[in-house]
Design a protein around this ligand. Structure first.
Ligand code: LLP
Length: 731
């Protein structure tokens, strides 16, 4: 192969070969022309072999040059997707996540807790709380954040992640000013004095503080300033008497060559050799234990593996410039606009043809800053030809935008001659997925966003009332909840909250279209929906329902919700049940020749709890509908069949008013637990076992009831109005 310095910028498996498409660049044995034809352009490809080689360079260098324990964290901000997060786990890398989105991707890829680390300069309460349940390490940026973490840790003292403190060492690396982070006036990290204060707060509050971190900036090539930063951090480690298991994290930032003029470039080995040497030397001088050395590269792990492929549309000549106009630019790669980043490029077919005059490679977007490369010596090229830009793996897709309605590119994973789509190209429909029409507008925008959650055997669809042009009819609710023709759900929670209120409002609908006053599982689901939309934080909040108001608290990063369900009321008028005003306890009814003992209780909605020695699905399905419609309950009732197991456990089968046999129900659990407690058969903390799962109910004085249980998000999408077509034509 004829070599060109430009080819050296490409992934290691890049070849210039004769293929069916002519003499052209291939990567990992894949024909780039065929891929561009098949998947469209702009197209991003990642070469697995180059990704793996970068990890190996770090690993080998750490083994060779650092005598202590060491590890590598991948800084996800460079580019995180499900597949990339999975790839990190092939190498047991830690993953640095900034924000809920990156945490979500890491969770989806099953990155284990001990390898999940959280960064961020102004972490939201949601990030901190999710971090406590999902991350093994939180890098604390400032004292305010530490106070928040302290409060969270007090209410959830088990399993607190390790805490590292981010130091601002006052050292500037040579790079673009926008990506320097360690200088004195940077918004990131804490001064030395603040670090000492933070360490004392951690120790006084038994927070597991065991690491120091700094990060000087990104895309630097001269490692020297890191020496000052390491020595200042070791001074702090000495002053704070860090124990033998302490970690020193040097951040990331090592640069990569983007252009042939950047070659030769100091290697990852050179960088690790330099840094590790200073750590060892500094610790020896101070007589302090050698830390675990953690590196945190982003760009230098993924940049070279990524290549962006564009198709040329127009060639234009202006007095001083030859413009090659491509089908991508600023929207998928804003790095020239932001940092004057200097890239290189090759045509994909006949890549080594001789260069003609310099060219300006630019995109289709309405902005003169939409340039990818300026003044690059480049061959003559025709409209329609493909162009590849190497070193496109870092901070391009992660900073991509929808400017001018651009749709983000598809991404392929290339390994052993195989190309696999790891991200689909966005579609124009994706651009209006979260949009809503103006009120009372006559647009035929005909879909409504729904969120589906699972809350223990029950699933609910949450929809905003404001999104509906007209309220759902009972027939439409039946249609949506239908498990064959519709979406399948045990009910609909309608978010009726008004922005001016300091509480939230919800109405619940059963799958038969009738309205329920209150639903325990529905309330947990509604609380989680509010949390996901960042409309609530770590404090308890108020939800209004037609069955009364409740308070809710989301914890464990959204995975669990506690609802204060209000009082269990045994007053017969509340149900209502016919006959004289009384406490409806241990009454008898004769149904179908069978004598049943029952109690009646209101949880904001009516419940009839039947006491049984044994319970079964068959009995619930047989007696449930008869009791629901029994004449003594003019508003009909929910029914539970209760078996007391011991003083802390009960088991129930449920027949829900309007819904029928149900695997799990929150308010039914509360009602049954309240009855078991009222009859003196159980104490105040009761686990309710249902076929669909378990809920924890605690009953306070005056029968105030708290219910805690899990919620998981299932799906989010649009309800198309077509689902109602055959109904609306009937009208
Ligand atoms: N650790 C921390 C705390 C960071 O803030 C960063 C990057 C890294 C690690 C990874 O640095 P790397 O090894 O990737 O240089 N958008 C800019 C780069 C911003 C870097 C921000 N922090 C660009 O396109 O050049």
């Amino acid at each position: 192969m004829k070599t060109s310095p430009r080819i050296q910028l490409f992934p290691h498996t890049t070849r210039n070969k004769t293929t069916r498409s002519g003499n052209q660049l291939t990567i990992a044995g894949c024909d780039l022309t065929e891929l561009a034809d098949q998947y469209g352009t702009p197209l991003y490809v990642y070469d697995a072999a180059t990704l793996n080689a970068a990890v190996q360079s770090y690993q080998l260098a750490l083994t060779q040059f650092y005598p202590g324990h060491a590890g590598i964290t991948y800084a996800g901000k460079a580019f995180l997707s499900l597949a990339i997060a999975q790839w990190t786990q092939r190498h047991n890398l830690w993953v640095d996540c900034t924000g809920l989105g990156e945490l979500r991707i890491a969770a989806a890829a099953a990155v284990p807790k001990e390898r999940t680390l959280i960064h961020g300069v102004n972490k939201s309460p949601q990030v901190l709380s999710t971090g406590i349940s999902q991350a093994g390490t939180i890098v604390v940026d400032n004292l305010t954040e530490l106070e928040r973490l302290k409060t969270l840790a007090q209410s959830n003292p088990t399993n607190i992640p390790d805490i590292w403190l981010r130091f601002r060492p006052g050292a500037a690396v040579e790079t673009h000013a926008h990506i320097q982070t360690g200088q004195h006036d940077s918004k990131f990290g804490m001064s030395g004095q603040e670090i000492v204060q933070a360490a004392h707060i951690c120790r006084a509050n038994k927070l597991p503080f065991n690491g120091l971190h700094f990060h000087l900036g990104s895309q630097f090539h001269i490692p020297d300033p890191i020496e000052h930063a390491i020595r200042r951090t070791l001074d702090l480690a000495e002053e704070l008497q860090m124990g033998a298991d302490w970690t020193l994290c040097l951040g990331g930032g090592w640069g990569v060559p983007y252009h042939e003029d950047d070659l030769p470039h100091a290697s990852i080995e050179d960088f690790v050799h330099f840094s590790a040497g200073i750590v060892v030397d500094g610790c020896t001088q101070r007589g302090i234990p050698l830390p675990r050395l953690q590196l945190e590269p982003g760009r230098s792990l993924v940049a070279q593996a990524g290549v962006a492929i564009y198709r040329t549309g127009t060639i234009k000549h202006t007095p001083e410039r030859r413009w090659i106009l491509l089908d991508g630019g600023l929207a998928d790669n804003p790095r020239f606009a932001l940092y004057q980043a200097r890239y290189s490029a090759l045509p994909i077919v006949e890549p080594l043809r001789p260069n003609a005059d310099s060219a300006w490679l630019a995109g289709p977007f309405c902005e003169s800053g939409d340039v990818l490369i300026e003044a690059l010596p480049f061959p003559e090229i025709d409209p329609g030809e493909l162009i590849a830009i190497p070193v496109s793996g870092a901070y391009q897709l992660s900073m991509a935008s929808n400017y001018n309605g651009a749709t983000r590119p598809a991404v392929l994973w290339l390994e052993d001659g195989q190309a696999t789509v790891i991200r689909n190209r966005e579609s124009p429909d994706d651009l209006i997925r979260h949009d809503k029409p103006l009120p009372n507008s006559s647009t035929n925008f005909s879909s409504v966003l729904f969120h589906k959650f699972h809350g223990l055997g029950n699933d609910y669809i949450v929809v905003r009332e404001d999104d509906l042009e007209t309220p759902f009819t009972p027939a439409q609710i039946q249609q949506i909840c239908d498990r064959q023709y519709g979406f399948g759900s045990d009910g609909i929670a309608l978010d009726c909250s008004k922005p001016k209120d300091d509480f939230f409002t919800v109405r619940f609908f059963n799958p038969d279209g009738s309205e329920a006053e209150k639903s325990g599982n529905g309330l947990r689901i509604f609380a989680r929906y509010l949390w996901d939309a960042e409309r609530v934080g770590l404090e308890a909040f108020q939800i209004m329902t037609p069955g009364g108001e409740v308070r809710a608290l989301v914890h464990q990063g959204g995975e669990s919700v506690t609802i204060e369900m209000g009082k269990a009321d045994f007053d017969s008028r509340q149900i209502p049940t016919e006959g004289a005003h009384r406490e409806s306890i241990n009454e008898m009814m004769l149904i179908d020749g069978q004598e049943l003992t029952y109690c009646v209780v209101s949880m904001g909605n009516p419940h009839c709890v039947v006491l049984c020695d044994e319970i079964s699905v068959e009995d619930a399905k047989k007696w449930g509908p008869l009791i629901e419609k029994e004449a003594r309950f003019p508003n009909r009732t929910n029914v539970q069949f209760l078996k007391v197991i011991d003083r802390d456990n009960i088991q129930i089968e449920i027949w829900e008013r309007g819904a029928g046999y149900t695997l799990a129900s929150g308010s039914s659990s509360c009602a049954a637990a309240a009855v078991a407690h009222r009859l003196g058969l159980c104490d105040g903390d009761i686990t309710v076992h249902m076929p669909g799962g378990e809920l924890e109910i605690s009953i306070g004085e005056n029968f105030d009831i708290n219910m805690a249980g899990p919620v998981a998000k299932v799906w989010q999408g649009n309800i198309s109005e077509e689902v109602f077509d055959d109904l609306t034509t009937d009208k």
